[in-house]
Write a new protein. Structure first.
Length: 271
């Protein structure tokens, strides 16, 4: 017969193993980091990509359904699997009043918005070689308190798509900086986002800078980390001067401030 001390030790060991096996719970719109040496490939949801600085990074889309998400990678020639748990949608509702013509569009404006949407959508499949490192450079200096990521927007009383970037309040004319080295893949004046710059940093990472007063770059330009690429404005559908800064990584809409932190501060699972 085992002693009470032995039974207690066994129970604690079992509890510890159960706790260790519990999946990491992450909100939609975040990034999961799975570090390890000898990595050659990362994959999830039918996509595969290369590791970055001895870690696989898995962007979890803002609209990812709640429940288990299987992550995979190849390490020293062998496959490894891990499951994380995507939490329920945690972001609040936001009510805004904007010009009525930007909610109920004319036929011409609707056609323009659809053309621009298709032009932007084509960017998310780009997979150029990686040109960035983490953390990213903040787009404003000093960096204001970010707001509105994931907010379920109610415009003039009507539900609309959730907000997929962060809003950064700043005075009109404030310089806007590139988050990392990259190529300007689109710089245009759009119906909703106003004067907008999109930069491809390789590895499926694209950053977006909306509502600019001025754009100091054009499509095809090579930019450096921290370079001024425009100034804060209120063009497009905006209620006042601010920068909308967005990030798409491997097509996923993620909370940009996740990438301003050191990699070790990103939600991490054991090697």
């Amino acid at each position: 017969m085992t002693s009470p001390v032995s039974r207690l030790a066994a129970a604690l060991t079992a509890a510890a193993l159960q706790l260790a096996a519990a999946p990491l719970v992450v909100p939609p719109g975040t990034v999961v980091r799975w570090p390890g040496k000898g990595l050659s490939e990362c994959s999830a949801a039918g996509q595969s990509w290369f590791p970055l600085a001895d870690a696989c990074y898995y962007p979890v889309d803002l609209l990812a359904p709640a429940g288990p998400l299987v992550l995979a990678r190849e390490r020293r020639g062998l496959p490894e699997l891990l499951t994380v748990e995507v939490a329920d949608y945690p972001y609040p509702e936001q009510r805004l009043n904007v010009p009525e013509k930007t909610v109920h569009l004319s036929v011409e404006d609707e056609a323009r918005a659809e053309r621009e949407h298709a032009e932007v959508d084509a960017l998310w499949s780009r997979r150029d070689p990686v040109r960035f490192s983490l953390p990213l450079h903040p787009p404003l200096d000093p960096m204001p308190e970010p707001a509105s990521f994931g907010a379920r927007r109610i415009l003039n009383g009507e539900p609309r798509s959730p907000h997929t970037g962060i809003d950064l309040r700043a005075a009109a004319g404030t310089p806007v900086h590139a988050a990392a080295n990259g190529t300007v893949v689109l710089a245009a004046d759009h119906f909703f986002s106003g004067r907008s710059v999109f930069i491809d940093h390789g590895g499926g990472l694209v950053t977006m800078y909306f509502h600019l007063r001025t754009m100091k770059v054009a499509a095809g330009d090579e930019v450096r980390r921290g370079q001024v690429i425009g100034t804060v404005g209120s063009t497009g559908r905006a209620t006042g001067p601010h920068l909308h800064f967005g990030v798409r990584w491997l097509g996923a809409r993620i909370e940009p401030t996740e990438l301003f932190r050191p990699p070790s501060a990103i939600p991490t699972v054991s090697p």
